[in-house]
Design a protein around this ligand. Structure first.
Ligand code: NI
Length: 169
């Protein structure tokens, strides 16, 4: 089932998600819906708060459905190590058509549970590292515009307000 993706400034996007404690069929069905929603929106990452569910669940697939081996489910994830720096363009399904450079760690190690509750660790570099950091930020209620300079953020917020007035946001 394709879920509705909420846009900034929907309040749920700025709230920290609740930890997941039950790894049941309902959770796995929700994860499947998140993948379906992300693929329909042509994204490479989606966090539960973006579909108005305030829980620490995110899905990532850098291949956008082309390579099943790239499907990642991160539940209750955290970044446990970071190294280096990168400054590349990012987008977010909750900010349609907005792309800006954001500074992130070049490499991170994350720790997370899968949809059955098994803990695992994984390293990511470059794009995968950015996806980890962007999506885990969502679970803390942190949005990518707050990782930019105040100047860029204000420019984007003005653009959004204009689009809201014109009814295109
Ligand atoms: Ni996002």
């Amino acid at each position: 089932m394709i879920l509705k993706v909420v846009k900034y400034p929907e309040p749920v996007l700025s709230q920290p998600g609740e930890p997941v404690t039950e790894f049941n069929d309902e959770l796995r069905e929700f994860v499947a819906d998140m993948f379906e929603t992300m693929y329909a929106a042509k994204g490479i990452g989606l966090a539960a708060p973006q579909v108005a569910v305030s829980k620490r669940i995110t899905v990532i697939d850098l291949s956008n459905g082309k390579d099943p081996e790239q499907k990642l489910v991160l539940i209750n994830p955290e970044v446990i190590a970071r190294e280096g720096r990168q400054y590349e363009e990012e987008g977010c399904l909750s900010f349609p058509d907005i792309h800006e450079k954001v500074q992130r760690a070049e490499k991170v190690t994350i720790r997370a549970q899968d949809e059955f509750g098994e803990w695992f660790e994984m390293d990511g570099e470059e794009l995968l590292s950015r996806a980890f950091q962007h999506e885990i930020d969502h679970l803390d209620g942190m949005l990518f515009i707050f990782r930019m300079s105040a100047l860029k953020r204000d420019m984007i917020l003005r653009r959004i307000r204009k689009a809201q007035r014109e009814g295109t946001w």
